[in-house]
Write a protein that binds this ligand. Structure first.
Ligand code: DGL
Length: 269
């Protein structure tokens, strides 16, 4: 008898978490994934701390009850820097969070000036101050909120035209700051942004490297699954399931790209 493989649940406000899911799929190609996009609450980056802190645990509670995942990956920096501890307190299930890759950036930086691109909510969090004080105290970390990149990533996945000046102004938002010309690493502190890696690197100086935590998150997911005796599937074709908190009709433009990520089933919660 073969035991049923329970899926991993990814959550983001929209399609940003696909950057983490893609890294996880590379590491665990046979593992089925459930992906929840909270379009009814998106974007998260312009919400208040109180809204995120109540919305995210409540939604994850409903999804966990309904789908019984083996692990939750909160593939959203905004949600994690605000609500990770609330979710951990509320749910008795392994949880992997996503926070900006400040530590690797500071370790790699030679100029000791690093940049953080994130949502408005993420870059103002005390969680970010703590990460910077603990892991990057030898660096100057410049911050810039780029909410327009969230919409740009969503539009790109829907196959829509995106004005290139959006990428340029996000990069300028960092390098035009005092000491910005010395930045050698930019942290993509929102899971939507790695989906725009080519566009962003095309308009940044060659001396700048981009960093995000998706591969590290994927390794952590695999490690936790093994530790918890729910190892990732080792064979078979992985069938992925996409869930939106909005209407199914509102995600129809996303479906061609979502199918290329292996999603076969689409539902609304
Ligand atoms: N992808 C999310 C993040 O990592 C949220 C973007 C948003 O909804 O504003 O921060």
């Amino acid at each position: 008898m073969t035991s049923e493989i329970t899926p991993i649940l990814f959550l983001d406000s929209g399609i940003g978490g696909l950057s983490v899911m893609k890294a996880a799929a590379k590491l665990m190609p046979h593992q089925p994934f459930l992906y929840a996009a909270d379009y009814a609450g998106a974007p998260y980056g312009t919400k208040t701390e109180a809204e995120i802190a109540s919305r995210v645990p409540a939604l994850l509670g409903r999804l966990t009850e309904r789908y019984q995942p083996s692990l939750i990956a909160i593939a959203c920096n905004t949600a994690c820097t605000i609500a990770l501890s609330h979710v951990r307190a509320a749910l008795n299930i392994p949880i992997v969070g996503t926070v900006p890759a400040i530590k690797p950036a500071s370790l790699k930086s030679k100029s000791k000036v690093i940049g953080l691109l994130g949502t408005d909510a993420t870059i103002r969090q005390p969680y970010i101050d703590r990460l910077a004080n603990t892991h990057a105290s030898d660096c100057i970390m410049l911050r810039h909120a780029a909410p327009e990149l969230v919409s740009a990533a969503e539009a790109k996945i829907r196959g829509e035209y995106v004005d290139q000046s959006i990428y340029d102004s996000a990069i300028q938002g960092l390098i035009s700051q005092k000491n910005g010309d010395k930045i050698d690493h930019i942290i993509l502190g929102c899971t939507h942004f790695p989906l725009l890696m080519d566009e962003l690197s095309n308009c940044a100086p060659d001396t700048i490297n981009f960093l995000h935590g998706a591969d590290g998150n994927a390794r952590q997911i695999e490690r936790l699954l093994i530790e918890n005796d729910t190892p990732p599937a080792k064979s078979g074709i992985a069938h992925h399931h996409f869930i939106t908190s909005s209407s199914l009709s509102s995600i129809s433009a996303y479906k061609p790209i979502l199918r290329s990520y292996g999603f076969e089933k689409f539902d609304s919660i």
